[in-house]
Design a protein around this ligand. Structure first.
Ligand SMILES: [Zn+2]
Ligand SMILES: [Zn+2]
Length: 353
């Protein structure tokens, strides 16, 4: 099998050709049909996150072991099962939930594996789907996608469930007030679509790029705002009706967007940070209690959230995120296009051709 792996942080992914593994125990082997290319793959191949002020968080220090095959947004066909794997059969087409915990701790027992302290996430801490085959540790992580098209479904495994998890944190005002979304890349367009599917009131979308703002408008954003405008926060507040936003979902996560997000909130508002662009910010503390602000992080999503999302999409239809497919061998070109900001929507690799 061919796999594209991080061997050296900062270098292009390297092709590894190895024998196809055979599943043991509860494992299930998928033939990969669709593997989405995600912005976080850039950080994973660089080997670090930028913490601001010149500080970095090294991914190998956090438990990433090299070489590792990237790719955490995967749909595949079951081709082999270990002797203890049940609930799926050869030929079944499934989305693989990648945010897998240790499976034994208290956090995993309450089905919040995405918060486990010993995660085994596919395409991050264990081999992912930039490969002909993907090994999934247990059938419970496989989700039936029905007749939905694999290339459009694959991004739900990361950008879909990440935005769904963040939107759930908004709470009841999701349906009664506008939600602000900062960033209109692949994640932003997904967020607009999932917000609509969840019955959200309306969206105010901020991006610094005119092309991405147009894409957001086409995807159904109620209002779009240029994040580079010196009065961007005032524009966001005006778009909410003048008092500020009940919820800002920051899909960028830079120093500038954090400032903008917090400055756009109403009394009692929530700033929910998802993006991992990097940086830092200094906040005055008294306004946090006095204005009862919430600053909350949101990291991917849980297995129950993934199941809810797929059920929602099977009921309401796929979010209208533009998807372009490319062969597996073009993975490095796709990553450099993503780094250069040239991709609107999502690129999905098709290892099976
Ligand atoms: Zn991702
Ligand atoms: Zn755990």
């Amino acid at each position: 099998m061919r796999s594209f792996q991080v061997r050296q942080p900062g270098a292009p992914l390297e092709l590894a050709e190895q024998p196809t593994p055979q599943p043991t125990g509860t494992e299930v082997l998928l033939k990969v049909i669709a593997a989405g290319v995600c912005h976080s793959d850039l950080h994973l191949s660089d080997g670090y996150f930028d913490l601001g002020g010149g500080k970095r968080m090294s991914l190998t220090d956090r438990g990433m072991k090299l070489p590792v095959t990237l790719g955490h947004e995967n749909v595949g066909d079951v081709v082999a099962l270990g002797p203890q794997a049940s609930g799926v059969k050869v030929g079944d087409r499934r989305l693989a939930h990648p945010w897998i915990g240790c499976g034994t701790c208290a956090v995993c027992a309450r089905e919040e594996e995405n918060l486990c302290r010993a995660m085994r996430s596919l395409g991050v801490f264990s081999h992912g789907g930039y490969s002909d085959y993907l090994m999934v540790p247990h059938p419970r992580y496989l989700i039936d996608i029905g007749d939905l098209p694999p290339a459009q479904v694959a991004p739900l495994a990361c950008s879909g469930v990440t935005t769904y998890g963040a939107l759930k944190k908004v709470g009841p005002t999701l349906k009664t007030e506008p939600t602000v979304i900062i960033g209109a890349g692949g994640l932003g367009l997904m967020c607009i679509g999932v917000h609509k599917a969840m019955g959200g009131h309306s969206t105010i979308v901020v991006d610094i790029d005119a092309g991405k703002r147009d894409a957001a408008r086409r995807a159904g954003a109620g209002v779009v705002i240029d994040g580079t405008a010196p009065d961007a926060a005032a524009q966001v507040i005006a778009a909410t009706g003048g008092a500020g936003a009940w919820a800002v979902i920051d899909l960028v996560g830079s120093s500038a967007t954090a400032r903008l997000g917090v400055d756009s909130l109403i009394k009692g508002g929530k700033y929910i940070i998802v993006g991992l662009y990097g940086g830092d910010v200094t906040l005055s503390l008294p306004p946090i209690p006095m204005r009862a602000l919430t600053v909350q992080g949101s990291y991917v999503g849980s297995l129950p959230e993934m199941r809810e999302l797929i059920e929602l999409v099977r009921r309401t239809g796929l979010p209208p995120v533009p998807v372009a497919t490319r062969p597996l061998a073009e993975v490095n070109a796709a990553l450099s296009d993503l780094r250069a900001g040239k991709i609107v929507g999502r690129v999905v690799l098709t290892p099976a051709g």
